[in-house]
Each structure stands twice: as C-alpha cells, then as structure tokens.
Design a protein around this ligand. Structure first.
Ligand code: FMN
Length: 197
C-alpha cells in the first residue's frame, strides 16, 4: 500500500512530529511505501477562490501542492497529523486542505471520484491539543472529515491526544503513542480483502 502522511505542525521535534514518527514505525517499509510531507517546509499558497478549478478539477496555482495532488490520488491510506490551533487544525494543514477545493470540484461538480487501487481508501487523524476540553478536537475532526470525504476517503479514525502542550510533552504520555501506533496497525488492514487472503 501507499501511505501518505501530512505533518501539519510547525514545531520540529514537537508533539505531532514525535507522534507521527513513532506511529509510522508500525509500517513495514519492505511491504509498504510511505510518503511524508512536513507542510510547514512547503510552499502552499492559500486557496484564492479564483474559480480556476471549477471546470477542470485542476488548480491553476503552481507551487508544492502539485506533488500533493498526485500523492493524494495514488494513496491507499492518508494520515493527517496536526496540532489543535484555535479549536481547529493548524494553518499549515488548513491551507493544504483548502487547496483540495480542486479535488472537490472534480468529485462533486465533474462527478469523478478518485479510484480505489484495490485496498479501499482509509484515513487516520492524529490530533494533539494543549487543552483537555474536547471542543477543539471535535471541530478539527469535522474539518478533516470534510477533507477526507472530498478526496474519496469514506472512513477515518481519529486519535485525540489532549492535555499535551509543551514541546516534547507527548513523550510523557506513552498511552497516547500506543493508541496512535495501534490506530496505524488498524489503518493498514485491507478491508477489501476476502477472509484468508
Ligand atoms: C496558535 C496556537 C493555538 C492553539 N490553540 C489551541 C486550542 O484551541 N486548543 C488546544 O487544545 N490547544 C491549543 N494550542 C496548543 C497546542 O495544540 C499544543 O501546544 C500542541 O501540543 C502543539 O503541538 P506541536 O508540538 O506538534 O506543535 C494552541 C497552540 C498554538 C501555538
């Protein structure tokens, strides 16, 4: 399978960076391919709502989103890992999601879904937030749910790591790392496979 993972945190060695790296260790690289994008290092212009993608499903802005569109199209599994910022995803994550308006046009206006390559398409959302309240996680989940459905990912699981604020504090929560690693194991299950295959 091809797994595409987005790190939406700007903090190098921060909580999402650590959580995502730990989670990806569950993936056997001799069997699967992992493509990780650290969004903060990429040039992703916010959507300009120019309508340039309405009739074609193709964005007319030329930047690093070009490679992300291709990766999304050919992914079997998509992981979004983002800190909760102001009760939502980080700006880095949101900029990438908004640029998928081109894929929204393709799916809902041009009626072309991204096809499944035989493994189904599934998603995983990893969230870290400083607060213990769930409202931020719920809002972020709603946003990423819209993204997943737009890119023809019909199912996703969300792992909430709440009450984790200081840089690197996730290491004091082995339970969260364990939950995320297990979620990746489940993500790799092939729901399309017949029993025994
Ligand atoms: C701009 C900003 C906004 C934040 N907003 C929230 C929030 O609404 N809810 C929350 O639980 N934590 C919030 N936090 C705390 C971060 O989610 C928390 O520090 C997280 O561990 C950062 O993850 P990272 O180390 O991967 O960047 C905010 C942090 C920043 C910098």
């Amino acid at each position: 399978m091809r797994i595409v993972a987005f790190n939406g945190s700007p903090r190098i060695n921060g909580n999402i960076d650590i959580l995502l790296s730990e989670s990806l260790k569950e993936i056997d690289l001799s069997v699967h391919e992992v493509i990780r994008y650290d969004l903060n290092k990429m040039k992703i212009t916010p959507c300009q709502d120019c309508g340039g993608c309405d009739k074609t499903g193709k964005c007319i802005i030329d930047d690093d989103m070009g490679k992300i569109y291709d990766a999304i199209r050919f992914a079997d599994r998509v992981i979004v890992a983002t800190p909760i910022f102001f009760f939502s995803v980080s700006a880095q994550t949101k900029a990438m999601i908004d640029r998928c308006q081109a894929l929204w046009c393709e799916r809902y206006l041009l009626k072309r879904d991204i096809s499944d390559r035989g493994f189904g398409r599934k998603g995983l959302l990893l969230l870290v937030g400083g607060m213990k309240k769930e409202i931020g996680a719920n809002c972020a989940d709603a946003c990423v749910k819209a993204f997943f459905r737009t890119i023809s990912v019909p199912k996703h699981e969300t792992v909430n790591c709440l009450g984790v604020d200081e840089k690197g504090a996730i290491l004091k929560h082995p339970d969260y790392i364990y939950m995320a690693r297990n979620a990746v194991k489940r993500l790799l299950l092939n729901n399309n496979a017949r029993e025994g295959s």
